[in-house]
Design a protein around this ligand. Structure first.
Ligand code: PXP
Length: 250
């Protein structure tokens, strides 16, 4: 399981003062040098965290390091046009509801497959792999195959919310079933949202179809206590199913 570090929260902290510190670029370099497989940025229309300049800078950095850059976002033209220009190794298409605090649902299938199809064609023609965000338990993954999507990213918030409760097994089973169905259809499987040092090891051990996880909020929060290099090291352990010590959360 590969680890892509999402640096939106570093950008958010920087933007809160309007300067250049902390720098997503410096954080990206640190994460890659610590062994992360790649870097993820979600560029939203309101520019509340990642800016277009971050996307360009980190694209270049990942190229220099021979690492994967994963650009997340919706279908708006400025994002698809930028992606076609800079050609991230992976573009993850995510449905965005105006006003949402963070992504909170996957595409509705099969209806949205036709909706994402033109962007998928353009991104693939430019040379990017395309992933689509889906809910655990999503039906009709075949509709994504038929428009050329390469991977799905399973929304893991329901599993994370159930972790440590009597619903944990059932929530994990939904993720597993979705991953198995995707693999059967020839889709690669990513996962993300609300993953942390506590819930990641079980996911890594029990859903072997997952190729890549992208993790932001909890990883950046842990880095406040542990430092980014040590934090990435512990998340890498967790991606191998080991259970590293996690900092207190309250
Ligand atoms: N995947 C998607 C599609 C997201 O929008 C986000 C948040 O930007 C993540 C994964 C990472 O979630 P988290 O910040 O909770 O680790």
């Amino acid at each position: 399981m590969q680890l892509s570090v999402n640096l939106n929260k570093v950008a958010l902290l920087r933007n809160s003062r309007g300067g250049t510190n902390p720098s997503p670029l410096v954080a990206a370099r640190t994460a890659l040098e610590a062994g992360a497989y790649g870097i993820t940025l979600h560029w939203r229309e309101d520019n509340r965290h990642t800016l277009q300049s971050d996307v360009r800078d980190i694209r270049a950095l990942c190229k220099e390091h021979g690492c994967e850059f994963n650009l997340e976002g919706d279908l708006r033209e400025e994002l698809i046009a930028l992606a076609c220009e800079i050609v991230p190794e992976q573009v993850t298409l995510v449905p965005v509801t105006p006003g949402e605090i963070t992504s909170d649902h996957g595409w509705s299938l099969p209806e949205d497959a036709a909706h994402v199809a033109p962007a998928v064609q353009r991104l693939k023609a430019a040379g990017s792999r395309v992933s689509a965000f889906v809910d655990p338990g999503a039906a009709r993954l075949d509709s994504l195959v038929s428009v050329g999507v390469d991977r799905i990213e399973i929304y893991t918030e329901p599993y994370a919310a159930a972790f440590g409760t009597p619903q944990e097994d059932a929530a994990l089973l939904e993720v597993k079933r979705t991953a198995e169905e995707a693999a059967r259809l020839g889709l690669g499987v990513n996962a993300g949202h609300d993953l942390d040092l506590r819930n990641l090891p079980r996911l890594a051990r029990e859903v072997p179809q997952i190729v890549e996880v992208s993790i932001g909020h909890a990883l950046v929060a842990d880095a406040l206590y542990l430092g980014l290099t040590e934090t990435v090291r512990r998340y890498l352990e967790a991606t191998r199913g080991e259970a590293p010590e996690a900092p207190c959360t309250a």
